[in-house]
Design a protein around this ligand. Structure first.
Ligand SMILES: [Zn+2]
Length: 191
């Protein structure tokens, strides 16, 4: 952000300890690409990704049984009781005020987060846009779990993200070749 501020104010700045992610963000802000071309490529990649893997994001909305695109999935920590070895989904044992459980629901020993071994997270809720326009929370179903498992195995989401990044890189190269220069766009917030 310091570098972006310097460019915006047309000042020089000495930067150090720039992370790879920081460099990526700065490049995004400072590279001049055509707004129309960027929107076209983004829409194209998004449409192709939806056609290929869009069903992975589908879920059945409980209020009207319609298949809709999920907004997001909520995951929970999961722990194993050191006494009885019961696997406890943390989210399912929060009280109404979202306070941590005090004991194991199976054997009754005290729940001590640091003393209990952590297991892989599990999906617990799916958020969808409701018929009223407001978002609604639904308990994850077996169908949702199957789709999540399928996405994990195929890793196709990463494939489309990679293509998008590749296209952006190619656009930047084309811009440089045609005399494009680094600049800051402030009008549309596009990077
Ligand atoms: Zn227990």
């Amino acid at each position: 952000m310091t570098g972006l501020a310097a460019v915006t104010l047309q000042r020089f700045a000495k930067l150090g300890d720039i992370s790879v992610l920081g460099k990526h963000i700065a490049e995004g802000y400072l590279t001049d690409v055509s707004e129309d071309v960027l929107i076209k490529h983004a829409a194209d990649v998004t449409a192709r990704a939806k056609a290929a893997i869009g069903t992975m994001y589908e879920t059945r909305r409980t209020s009207d049984d319609a298949f809709v695109e999920m907004v997001r999935t909520v995951w929970s920590f999961q722990y194993r009781c050191p006494a009885c070895e019961k696997e406890v989904v943390y989210y399912e044992h929060l009280d109404d005020r979202e306070k941590s459980p005090e004991t194991c629901s199976s054997c009754g020993i005290a729940f001590v987060r640091r003393a209990w071994s952590r297991l892989p997270g599990v999906p617990v809720q799916v958020i969808v846009n409701g018929t009223s326009g407001r978002q609604q929370e639904q308990t994850v179903t077996e169908d949702d779990r199957a789709r999540i498992a399928q996405a994990t195995i195929l890793d196709v989401v990463g494939e489309y993200v990679s293509e998008y990044v590749f296209r952006l890189a190619r656009m930047k190269t084309a811009d440089v070749a045609s005399g494009g220069r680094p600049m800051v766009r402030t009008g549309h917030g596009l990077t």
